[in-house]
Design a protein around this ligand. Structure first.
Ligand SMILES: Nc1ncnc2c1ncn2[C@@H]1O[C@H](COP(=O)(O)OP(=O)(O)O)[C@@H](O)[C@H]1O
Ligand SMILES: [Mg+2]
Length: 325
């Protein structure tokens, strides 16, 4: 049976008389990547601090890499790597990536030679292709590169579990995807189990499990692909119209080929279609039959973000997260 390698069970955290986490439960199996997603103040960093043993819950069980993080926190140091938020990395900006890795390695008693070898290897997996880049002062690197240096530092002592606090925050869209892909490479190469905290729903697409936190509660937990499957669609199209009434939306919803409809703008819908032949032609035909002609139709993918928004809408609530661009 697969082994749970990060696990919170019924965790309550109170700070200064205020409840910050209530009955939080989620897990990742060994070798998986777990995303913990939520808006600002939802309790994400607190979850990480619980995993590192820095915060003791008033109730609940916490296990990381087979270690009880509440009772045996001193044992965590060697099995756990931590990549803090960008402004808290503690990197020495005047030193190179390699030098930084060596300095941090010293705290774990790793000899410089071994640290250098390992740093080079990790930096290569993280896409540092040239020796020049590895030797450049960190202060002269781009935000995305610097982020990868701090990931390298977090991995230098060969941890079994790597925890990352908002590794994609503050990066442009393509760099966010890059960092997540590099993390996936690291995960594959070294088998490191990861916990990634993010305010960005997109992050879930890269992960094996996702926990969504809202005000200290877990509102969604599971496999993002399964959530996507629950939309029961094979295709998605973005349709825009000159005008669009509630009645029009109802008509579209009632088409047999349509599984779900998500408003994405004032006159724009994302429409999810079952598995059929020639979906685009059939969709346009069906729309015409009910008297609707879209101005444009663009094919799109089906994502965890869609699932999240559909769920929020079906609960008749405003989506908790602002739309990401
Ligand atoms: N040391 C603390 N004292 C009082 N409140 C705190 C403390 N740490 C966190 N909080 C509160 O707990 C909530 C969750 O914080 P945090 O885990 O940092 O959220 P996130 O990382 O999701 O933005 C926030 O409302 C925050 O203000
Ligand atoms: Mg935080």
């Amino acid at each position: 049976m697969a082994e749970k390698f990060i696990e919170l069970r019924g965790v309550h955290v109170r700070v200064g008389g205020k409840t910050i986490l209530s009955d939080v439960s989620f897990y990742a199996e060994r070798g998986e990547i777990l995303a913990v997603i939520g808006g600002s103040g939802a309790g994400k960093t607190t979850c990480l601090r619980v995993m590192t043993g820095q915060i003791r819950p008033v109730r609940g069980e916490v296990q990381v890499a087979g270690i009880d993080a509440v009772r045996d926190r001193e044992k965590l140091e060697h099995v756990l790597g931590y990549v803090p938020q960008l402004d808290e990395t503690g990197l020495y900006y005047e030193f190179s990536a390699i030098r930084n890795a060596c300095l941090f390695a010293r705290m774990y008693g790793i000899p410089a030679r071994e640290a250098k070898r390992r740093a080079r290897e990790i930096l290569e997996v993280l896409g540092f292709r040239s020796e020049e880049l590895m030797k450049k002062p960190v202060g002269q690197l781009s935000g995305g590169e610097r982020k990868r240096v701090s990931i390298c530092v977090g991995l230098i002592h060969e941890p079994q579990v790597l925890l990352l606090d908002e590794p994609t925050t503050g990066l442009d869209a393509h760099l966010r995807v890059d960092v997540l892909n590099y993390l996936r490479n690291i995960n594959r190469q070294y088998g490191v189990t990861m916990g990634i905290v993010s305010h960005d729903l997109e992050t879930a697409e890269f992960c094996d499990r996702v926990a969504v936190l809202e005000k200290g509660h877990v509102v969604i937990f599971g496999n993002p692909k399964e959530f996507v499957r629950s939309i029961q669609a094979k295709y998605a199209f973005i349709l825009s119209f000159e005008k669009l009434t509630d009645n029009d939306i109802s008509k579209i919803k009632s088409l047999r080929i349509v599984t779900k409809v998500l408003p994405v703008g004032r006159r724009t819908l994302k429409v999810f279609i079952r598995k059929i032949e020639e979906p685009l032609n059939v969709l346009v035909d069906e729309l015409e039959k009910v008297g609707l002609t879209p101005l444009s139709v663009t094919s799109s993918d089906i994502t965890f973000t869609d699932y999240f928004r559909l769920t929020a809408m079906e609960k008749e609530e405003e989506p908790y997260f602002p739309r990401s661009h």
